[in-house]
Design a protein around this ligand. Structure first.
Ligand SMILES: NC(=O)c1ccc[n+]([C@@H]2O[C@H](COP(=O)([O-])OP(=O)(O)OC[C@H]3O[C@@H](n4cnc5c(N)ncnc54)[C@H](O)[C@@H]3O)[C@@H](O)[C@H]2O)c1
Length: 341
């Protein structure tokens, strides 16, 4: 059986997902696309796919069984609510939404529906290196995790596309989510320190150093540098009671020449996480074909939104900003600190 899918938003990541769903992953067919830029949607549409005038026309179309949202964050809430109202499974690129109140509205609608419909695009959870790291931590031989050092470096970000707080409200959500997932824990508070600005970052607050306080007492430090020139470099090391577990260096061809011996670094997220994105969709297609969702949930998107909000407050206050989550609805499983998954 082939899952008939519609894609909202045919920008950079929308087109990359269309490529993978057309050429790489099986069990899926893109039957519709839409974008506020209709010409862009038409150019991205695979052969035979309909170009819909609006997201709501795509979502309500009988030919669309499941939806992929790759539009800008502020548009996600309305599109997610329409998918829930239609009872259609939906993959939503991060961020889930851009405010706590919007996250609560989406969660309320999904809980009222009685089954999970939303998977959020936190692709790191599908990366084999992160999965092996989590298996080591969950295995327990190193003892309890005490500290996690997370490094998130981009070569550059498009000039003018983001506000000065982009490292905190757009980038940090990935580190917040992977920290909660790796440590099976929740973030209860955030501090932010900003060193001198990189001259390469323009108006951006870049780099930033974020400290996440976890419910267990573990601490996570996150370096975010989004204009570091040399490449896309994601690192992670967990210090436990009886040892340390770290992401490996990515395998890459070793080049020896007059500059020395070196290995190339991924240019961007598409290259670094290419296999993770493929796996993310393989698992989404299985769940969506059964009318539901698995993987990162609305709860996880809500948590990441709260962390980003707290980080933005912490920049202003210069101190500890609490993250206060509502009680976890049963739909999303047990509280993270108790859950084995
Ligand atoms: N998981 C990841 O690693 C990752 C990486 C990049 C981007 N993203 C997320 O994916 C989303 C898209 O990012 P992008 O880099 O492709 O941006 P982009 O600007 O290249 O593309 C976004 C597209 O959505 C369209 N759009 C915006 N609002 C719309 C609406 N209301 N209805 C229909 N179309 C609309 C725009 O016209 C544009 O074509 C963002 O939420 C971003 O944070 C996630």
């Amino acid at each position: 059986m082939t899952l008939q899918v519609g894609v909202i938003g045919t920008g950079m990541i929308g087109r990359d997902h269309i490529r993978r769903l057309t050429n790489v992953v099986s069990g899926v067919e893109i039957v519709g696309v839409t974008d506020i830029d209709q010409a862009r949607a038409a150019a991205a549409a695979p052969a035979g796919a309909e170009v819909f005038a609006t997201p709501s026309a795509l979502i309500s179309s009988e030919k669309v069984e499941a939806v992929i949202i790759c539009s800008w964050g502020p548009a996600h809430e309305e599109q997610l609510l329409a998918c829930i109202a239609s009872g259609k499974p939906v993959f939503c690129e991060k961020p889930l939404v851009t405010s706590e109140s919007a996250a609560l509205r989406v969660m309320e609608a999904e809980v009222a529906c009685g089954r999970r419909l939303i998977q959020v695009g936190f692709m790191r959870r599908f990366d084999s290196d992160y999965r092996r790291l989590k298996a080591v931590i969950d295995g327990g031989k190193l003892g309890a995790p005490l500290m996690f050092h997370s490094v998130h470096r981009n070569a550059s970000v498009p000039e003018g596309l983001y506000t000065s707080e982009m490292p905190l409200n757009d980038t940090l959500v990935h580190d917040a989510d992977i920290s909660r997932w790796l440590l099976s824990d929740e973030v209860i508070g955030v501090e932010v320190r900003a060193p001198r600005r990189s001259s390469r970052g323009g108006a951006l607050r870049d780099p930033v150093f974020v400290l996440l306080h976890m419910a267990s007492g573990a601490l996570v430090d996150v370096e975010i540098s989004v204009n570091i020139a040399y490449g896309y470099d994601i690192r992670g090391e967990v210090s436990c009671e009886a040892g340390v577990a770290a992401l490996p260096n990515r395998p890459a061809t070793v080049i020896s020449d007059s500059n020395g011996i070196r290995q190339a670094i991924p240019e961007d997220w598409r290259e670094r996480f290419i296999d993770a994105y493929d796996q993310e969709f393989r698992e989404w297609i299985v769940a969506a074909s059964n009318g539901t969702a698995s993987g990162p949930s609305t709860w996880d998107g809500y948590a990441a939104t709260l962390v980003a909000d707290a980080a933005l407050r912490a920049v202003v206050s210069g101190g500890f900003e609490p993250v206060n989550m509502i009680a976890k609805p049963n739909l999303y499983g047990r509280p993270a600190a108790m859950a084995a998954e």
